[in-house]
Design a protein around this ligand. Sequence first.
Ligand code: CDP
Length: 213
Amino acid sequence: MIIAIDGPAAAGKGTLARRLAEHFGFAYLDTGSLYRAVGLAVLRAGKSPTDVVAATEISVDLDRRLFSDPDLRAERTGNAASAVAAIPEVRYNLLEFQRKFARTPPDDKKGAVLDGRDVGTVVCPDADLKLFVTAGPHVRARRRFLEIEGRGEAADFEEILTDVRARDERDMNRADAPLKPAEDALLLDTSELDIDAVFLRAVALVEERLKPQ
Ligand code: CDP
């Protein structure tokens, strides 16, 4: 079974995807971390995240050690990720890894949960269940603010809100694989739902799909 969870920055898709994977014993792939790793490597190489040649070269042979790098979750890395993610060559180079993970999940798991921006539309258009998780920009900026503070780092709400809006704008308006719900995705607005409520709703949807037809 393949579960695709897409949505904008800080909508809560990562937490939901991780909990679903754990609950059903499926493998989990945070596809955003691939784009973050490319963004981080480009910054470390002293290049601009809009440098097509540099970002493409890095995405061909991505250094896996970056996935556990402490700077992977930094806001600066998220913004760089959103810029490299607009480059079609980078998207193409990351596609096969994601599809393979979904088709043959590691450790012989019986299913995979992938979260990102284009999992239901481009990476796994045949996914068994597609969720589009969203929330208003203020709610998402507030969640990101608390997440950063929780790590003991300094956070500025207005700055985060501006970043969230800029990232939405870039992710939704790029030509290649823009952020949008797949036609057959179920929408989950988490503005007024806490993570437990979202999780329970999603578990019920997965169980429905797992029932023999
Ligand atoms: O956690 P957050 O939602 O802030 O970001 P993320 O999921 O780690 O993704 C970082 C950036 O990668 C996004 O802003 C997207 O531009 C890009 N991305 C993408 O284009 N396609 C995906 N499937 C996943 C992420």
